[in-house]
Design a binder for this molecule. Structure first.
Ligand code: IPD
Ligand code: CA
Ligand code: CA
Ligand code: CA
Length: 254
């Protein structure tokens, strides 16, 4: 599978410039609510349109699935794109949001990139070839003690969560870890595990476009990517990503 990772970086960084232009003019852009707690702005739509045009133009053999425009015909090998992950934060002028682009071929994530334009941090990975942040190789943390660990989550008291007692799960974890974070962009949360900035991340009720790229980057940086029972794989509806050294301590709490 021949893709140009340097050309993809150029395209994704260019999409980041488009996002930043909107970010600098927030007062003038329209923000609408697709569903409770799910917002979309003109920036999400414009960034996705740009990425769709550039990616399908360069690689017509791959389909496209974007959060805002949906799925094209070919879904066996496809770009999986979240044009802005963390739209609510973006709309408030916060910096913790990102663009997420993954290439899935026959069910396997082959390439993933998460770009945070406000920090100018570009994370990327290709299957089997390691994970990088701004050109430097990155690895998960060496933290072995959950009591000293920092755990991030996208936890929310959504009605669907309450049936699975998510609040109790959050409290169990919060009681035994040194710190929790709810940062607002699942794609970037996953990159922070890859970059040893947090030691584990968990969330429920995500979609593949939220996690496809970040999960590959985390895995290539040495993270475990499982469901809440420890089964390996990318499970957007129930994802747990750790530095591997605290997995056995956190699983009983999930
Ligand atoms: C959201 C972010 C957030 C997560 C939400 C997602 P969006 O993505 O990833 O961190 O907790 O569940 O929907 O909607 O801003 O692309
Ligand atoms: Ca959304
Ligand atoms: Ca998202
Ligand atoms: Ca989004």
């Amino acid at each position: 599978m021949s893709i140009s990772t340097s050309d993809l970086e150029r395209v994704i960084r260019e999409a980041g410039v488009i996002a930043l232009d909107y970010f600098k003019a927030l007062k003038h852009i329209e923000i609408t609510k697709k569903a409770p707690r799910d917002f979309v702005t003109e920036a999400d739509v414009a960034v996705e349109a740009f990425l769709k045009k550039e990616l399908t133009g360069r690689y017509p053999q791959f389909g496209f699935w974007g959060e805002e425009s949906g799925k094209t015909e070919n879904q066996s090998s496809r770009w999986v794109v979240d044009p802005i992950d963390g739209t609510h934060s973006f709309s408030k002028g916060q910096y913790f949001w990102s663009l997420s682009v993954a290439l899935e071929i026959e069910g396997e994530m082959e390439f993933g990139a998460v770009y945070a334009p406000a920090f100018d941090d570009y994370y990327w990975a290709q299957k089997g070839q390691g994970a990088y942040k701004n050109g430097e190789r990155i690895h998960v943390s060496s933290e072995t003690n959950l009591a000293d660990a920092m755990v991030s989550t996208g936890f929310a008291c959504l009605r669907s969560y309450l049936t699975d007692n998510n609040l109790a799960r959050f409290c169990r974890i919060a009681q035994v870890t040194a710190g929790q974070r709810r940062l607002g962009s699942a794609a970037l949360d996953l990159c922070l595990v890859a970059d040893a900035q947090v030691d584990a991340f968990w969330e429920q009720e995500l979609n593949l476009y939220d996690v496809a790229a970040g999960a590959l980057i985390a895995k290539e940086a040495g993270a475990t990517v499982t469901d809440f029972k420890g089964n390996p794989g990318i499970f957007p509806k129930q994802i747990l990503v750790t530095n591997g050294k605290v997995l056995d301590q956190i699983l009983p709490l999930m």
